[in-house]
Design a binder for this molecule. Sequence first.
Ligand code: GLY
Length: 373
Amino acid sequence: MSDPRTLRVELGERAYDIRIGTGLLARAGAEIAPLLKRPRVAVVTDENVAALHLDALRDGLAAAGIEMTALTLPAGEATKSWPHFTRTVEWLLEQKVERRDVVVAFGGGVIGDLAGFAAAVLRRGVRFVQIPTSLLAQVDSSVGGKTGINVAAGKNLVGAFHQPSLVLADIDVLGTLTPRDFLAGYGEVVKYGLLGDEAFFDWLEEMGPKLAAGDIEARIAAVTRACEMKAEIVARDETEQGDRALLNLGHTFCHALEAATGYSDRLFHGEGVAVGCALAFELSARLGLCAQEAPSRVRAHLRDMSMKVDLADIPGDLPDAEGLLALMAQDKKVVDGQLRFILARGIGQAFVTADVPREAVLKLLDDALLARR
Ligand code: GLY
């Protein structure tokens, strides 16, 4: 085990560290102890993570004399809902979690968002620690304080900005992810290179296959660079008044595709992000904003990684272009009825714009759908 790397999310009195490395579960007690007023924590997790890693976390906490109680929820997106939210808040109250205590979110994006939101409202706000166990959660959802649940009207429509007090990204736990889950998270990793760091994208083109094959140093380096970029953007724009929207590269297309596939295992979120990034770059090239070489490079890398790239890679039926556009219009990024896109002037040069002709988007989707036949 090497010493973990430490990044700081600079948010004044809400600033916190992200610790990235191996063996972090074993030393979770030592990492969390400085935050505690008494040696106990309430952990929220899911069945899959609990079966694989809860004993290791319990031992790691016990090594620093910290007692742990745990709530184990079902795995999957359906858990990010009112019933499980209510259950979590009530369980935390039963556990007599007080204002000065700390809740631990131990899982992927679903658990992080749900437990973070529960911590945000419990007793008007208690602190929480994120221990993300998926690649997607390590590079994106555990950092930046977006918490919440899905409701009938749409995904993530109820929630709060509530920053964690600490993030522990243990790279060892990525070893138990399925290849598909790992690659879905990798869609979010690629997003960082595409939105703001061409050198990182160059590096991923070379190192991506090693990352997927389990190279620990490469995984630490990739998670570190992604978190560095996220920390920097969040520090500039915590509540998404401007630049934070860059993190949504590929997401307007992705959200429409996720809705069209019923948020099912036909398309994982990170897979939709990868397909969405390829579409955003193709649109940018068609609008004359970047050279055709850029979308070609994006697509080539995703193909090299055996990821979903095209609409043709999504199994089952999809709506027509008008239908997809209607789903895009339900995106949270609509302002005054205007759809906002993240487009790019090249790899690593993304920007936010509302100035995209509807016809160009329709034609892009039409062509992409045609290629499925
Ligand atoms: N996942 C996008 C954000 O945190 O802003």
